[in-house]
Design a protein around this ligand. Structure first.
Ligand code: GAR
Length: 194
């Protein structure tokens, strides 16, 4: 198997909007010896995103855009991505919808993680809706990004059981733990198929 060095790892950008636990986990994954990716850029749609501190800690280049003007913002982001020779984009709690044009530029190279068993519960408040509906199972999904919300071909999914006394909080944390295992696995799968 090809030995991965900093030079031939896939240059990756992680897009966030909030807490950044997936970002933290992907950074940890990226610095493992055999990881296929390096994280070279963090893009945030929120200047107050807690996750930005993980970029600071590891001195990863970060940029923040408020997305008030989507077209202009995406143009700026694309420029940075091309300049930094980014080959893969991982959305990790990024709460903006990318335009068709943006997705086309990185076709098949944008992944997203979502805390439900897609196609069920796209969008927001997934855990709350799953609990209200009395679901017995939930989980998380890594999928390619298409121009429709939380859609696109599924790469990997992990199913977990919902307990009788489950709260939004316990379910969210249980699923986040699984997300942290699933995202690196999905990345490896995608890159080994290229
Ligand atoms: C994660 O649960 C992720 O699956 C979800 O936001 C959370 C971000 O957590 N993403 C979506 O809902 C996308 N539609 P994090 O900031 O701690 O990684």
């Amino acid at each position: 198997m090809k030995k991965l060095t900093g030079l031939n790892k896939y240059k990756t950008a992680v897009f966030i909007s909030g807490t950044g636990s997936n970002l933290k986990n992907l950074i940890k994954f990226s610095i493992k010896k055999n990881s296929p990716i390096s994280i070279n850029l963090v893009v945030s749609s929120n200047k107050l995103a807690k996750g930005l501190k993980y970029a600071d800690n590891k001195k990863i280049h970060k940029v923040v855009f408020n997305y008030l003007k989507q077209e202009k913002t995406e143009k700026k982001i694309l420029n940075i991505l091309f300049k930094k020779k980014i080959k893969l984009i991982c959305l990790a709690g990024f709460m903006k919808i990318l335009s068709k044009n943006f997705i086309k530029k990185f076709n098949g190279k944008i992944l997203n993680i979502h805390p439900s068993l897609l196609p069920k519960y796209k969008g927001l408040n997934t855990h709350e809706r799953a609990l209200i509906n009395g679901e017995k199972f939930s989980g998380c999904t890594v999928h390619y990004v298409s121009n429709q919300l939380d859609s696109g071909k599924i790469i990997l999914q992990k199913k977990i059981k919902i307990k009788k006394n489950e709260s939004i909080f316990t379910l969210k944390n249980k699923i986040l733990k699984e997300e942290h295992k699933l995202y690196p696995k999905a990345i490896k799968r995608v890159l080994s198929n290229l």
